[in-house]
Design a protein. Structure first.
Lengths: 181, 181
DNA sequence: AAAGGACATGTACCTTGGGACATGTTAGTC
DNA sequence: GACTAACATGTCCCAAGGTACATGTCCTTT
């Protein structure tokens, strides 16, 4: 249901087409909550069928922009305030880290370095985003303030993982042999 | 494929039954990489069919313990060193945070407080785990050292999210109205 | 002796997510 | 006038994940 409410939430900021929404998912939520366009278009049709959104305008190239309805807003608010937050994370690298002891030390060192770089890069990307936001580049309305909070979360998450990858490189486990027999 | 390699990796530490594996997934990986028992038993059968694991022993109550084979070890190592790490996260709370501006301020404050508590609690849980590990309660072998690294990651992640939730409460967005029309 | 709880494994179904493939349009540029 | 990039929407199928339901065993406690 998260994709559904993600779309509804983005539409609460203003009308948008499936293409717009796919781009915004990619930009802000690429790492946090990825969504492919086929799923987005399908969900939009379902939302429209249920009356939670409606067609706002039709443009060139079959572009169809939607707008959230009163019912849609109510449903979204119910989700936000009335349902439990799902705390599952699925961080594949952390799963892999359980098995670092099976990797050749050199290979492990190389991988951890690359990972640290990756998370540093992502953190910087979100920090830049936050700076632009703080300069007022995206306006100062409520939804922009919300976005700022989200971006802060992304920065902190990536920083934490970057720091961890560096720590892990220093605390790398000794290589070992599996108990095959 | 992650569940598959998660199981293979846990079996590399020593023989275990589906029930054991389900418990260990729950204990260490509950938050990081959840796995339900139906999926685990199904995957174990597939792994056995492919010769990556084999039956080690059969006990009371149909208990069937598996052991990893040489092929299984090779396959696991190929995964660890030869495939790209998947960086997607799917943190639902961060998705929700984009829409905090649609929540009544009081409700939002309450939710953020609960979330901060939750992440603090989880961080503490993993810190305790780390402390027991450092005291040598689980041995000192390579796989235990690996586990220590994983636990450190879990601690840092939860601390980061707890800190963020507190920060978010102080930087909560003004409530706003969606553009229904 | 009964009952409850932990042990142990499974089937079935439904939802979600990801990737491949397909198609056509409009605007800009060389 | 031809080409290319970005715009824009979709179908189809497979893989992965979650939940409900089902079944039976062994041990401990009352």
């Amino acid at each position: 249901m998260s994709l559904r409410y993600g779309l509804l939430g983005l539409l609460a900021e203003g009308p948008a087409s499936g293409y717009d929404l796919a781009r915004r998912f990619q930009e802000v939520l690429g790492q946090i909550w990825p969504a492919q366009h086929p799923k987005i278009y399908a969900e939009l049709r379902r939302l429209a069928d249920e009356g939670l959104i409606e067609v706002e305008s039709e443009g060139p190239r079959r572009r169809t922009a939607y707008r959230i309805t009163g019912e849609g807003t109510a449903d979204l608010r119910r989700w936000l305030t009335g349902t439990e937050v799902d705390h599952t994370m699925r961080i594949q690298l952390l799963l892999r880290s359980l098995f670092f002891w099976l990797m050749p030390p050199q290979e492990l060192a190389r991988q951890l370095e690359r990972e640290a770089e990756y998370f540093q890069r992502m953190a910087q990307l979100y920090r830049d985003y936050a700076a632009r936001k703080d300069r007022g580049e995206f306006g100062t309305g409520p939804s922009t303030q919300s976005m700022r909070v989200t971006v802060e979360g992304a920065v902190r998450l990536n920083e934490a993982l970057a720091g961890w990858a560096e720590w892990a490189a220093e605390h790398a486990p000794e290589p070992g042999e599996p108990r095959t027999k």
